[in-house]
Design a protein around this ligand. Structure first.
Ligand code: EPU
Length: 426
């Protein structure tokens, strides 16, 4: 297991290109199961979660290849196995997004229930409700859900839940509805850019989806879909993480391949606390030259402030002037980074789904434990600003969603070393 040793008090400067989006690529790769013929997906990042998805699609009968130009070709050759096994699903909960495509194309899917994870319960009751409305039958066997349907039929479906809509639930129902008979209306659909990107990919395959990007999506079913070429959108969460890296290190970074319109809530908060964000052609420049101010953040479904940047902003606000408040409304238990940031001198007090952050002048390096993807990113960011060195253990979490983050940050002037944890113990 690898760890990072992060030397603190470094100022990041330079230019970086933001990669394609993990959370857009995963359901798009699953969507390729719907097609007759090959799809070529461009700008799929090189991450362990993507590798897990490639392995899963291979088990499900697809040939998945990285091409010499970096794109990914996916072609289904054999539809006989529709079982997403526990061994694969437990490594990556997003594998649930094969459910809708398998059901629609093959009439059946057997997917291991993902179970809980470090950021809280991850139920799929809303996915189930939506697919049942289309005519699917669910049963549970040995920890797997088995979903079958003779013929899916379009329906009016409400997909709202206690925490807003569901991103992958919307992806599943929208994907399944593409091959259903008649028209489906999804009300309270997720509006995330990744859902929009999936809809655009499906439309390029011949689907008839409209309203994506709004809470009401309409899908007119078609008889079949053909493979196509599609470029994945840039990763707004990776972009937001590098924005925080610029701010927390008192540096200046130019980000290429960023769509600021997908990051309005994030940029609004950065500006409110004193970070300079200037749009440039196809990207932006992020810089800080003053002490940061405190603020209040509540995570919300898109276009609100994203839960996937909550931990990184907590690290940043730990060194702002005054008291900040962060409330997590999507995953109310997504706070494993709080105790770790406290080990680095952050003054953080949790009360249920809210954390009060009393700004401090200086964080100090410490050994800390990564617990989930975004929490790990927050610890690396805190390490950049801290005095001394920070050891972040179990960085496999960060490799799930950030491609070689230490190399990318080092190019900007960070000093991060990847070491085998056993070396540290000897
Ligand atoms: N929820 C239910 N029932 C369901 C589905 C969801 O109650 O059937 C609840 C969840 O427990 C949560 C809320 O609804 O409280 C929203 O969850 P959602 O389903 O939208 O999450 P997801 O689709 O499983 C995706 C991203 C997450 C991101 C969330 C929220 C992917 C692969 N994952 O998950 O990304 O946090 O949307 O934006 O797209 C990450 O990248 O670090 C990550 C966790």
């Amino acid at each position: 297991m690898d760890s990072f040793i992060v030397e603190g008090s470094t100022r990041l400067r330079g230019k970086i290109r933001i990669n394609g989006s993990k959370n857009a690529a995963l359901p798009i790769m699953a969507g390729a199961l719907l097609a007759n013929g090959p799809s070529v997906i461009e700008d799929v990042p090189n991450l362990s979660d993507i590798q897990h998805q490639m392995n899963l699609l291979t088990e499900l009968g697809a040939v998945v290849q990285r091409q010499s130009d970096g794109s990914m070709k996916i072609e289904v050759k054999d539809e006989s196995n529709s079982h997403a096994r526990y061994d694969l699903v437990r490594k990556m909960r997003a594998s649930i997004c094969v459910l809708g495509p398998l059901l629609a194309k093959r009439g059946e899917a057997r997917v291991s229930l993902p179970g809980g994870c470090a950021i809280g319960d991850r139920p799929i009751d809303i996915h189930q409700r939506g697919l049942e409305k289309l005519g699917a039958k669910f049963r549970l066997e040995g920890g797997d859900i088995i979903v079958t349907a003779q013929r899916l039929r379009g329906a009016d479906i409400f997909l709202g839940g206690n925490f807003g809509s569901t991103v992958l639930g919307t992806a599943n129902v929208m994907s399944a509805a593409t091959l259903a008979e008649g028209t489906t209306t999804i009300e309270s659909a997720a509006c995330e850019p990744e859902v929009v990107d999936l809809a655009e990919y499906l439309n390029a395959m011949g689907a008839r989806i409209s309203g994506h990007g709004t809470p009401r999506i309409t899908v007119e079913g078609v008889a079949d879909l053909k493979g196509c070429r599609h470029r994945v959108i840039c990763d707004r969460i990776e972009a937001g993480t590098f924005m925080v890296a610029a701010a927390i290190s008192n540096g200046e970074i130019e980000l290429e391949n960023v769509r600021l319109r997908d990051l309005m809530a994030t940029v609004d908060k950065l500006r409110a606390i004193g970070v300079i964000v200037d749009a440039s052609n196809g990207g932006c420049t992020v810089a800080r030259s003053q002490r940061l101010h405190a603020t209040t953040i509540t995570t919300q479904p898109h276009p609100g402030f994203p839960t996937d940047l909550q931990a990184q902003f907590m690290a940043l606000l730990a060194i702002a002037d005054g008291n900040s408040i962060i409330t997590e409304k999507i995953f109310p238990d997504r706070f494993l980074h709080v105790a770790e940031l406290a080990r680095m001198g952050a003054k953080v007090h949790r009360e249920g789904a809210t954390v009060i952050i009393e700004g401090t002048d200086q964080l100090v390096g410490a050994p800390v434990m990564a617990s989930d993807l975004r929490a790990s990113a927050a610890l690396v960011l805190a390490g950049l600003a801290a005095e001394g060195s920070t050891t972040v253990n179990r960085v496999y979490h960060i490799d799930r969603g950030y491609e070689r983050i230490e190399e990318r940050l080092n190019k900007l002037g960070a000093r991060i070393q990847r070491v085998d944890q056993r070396e540290l113990e000897n």
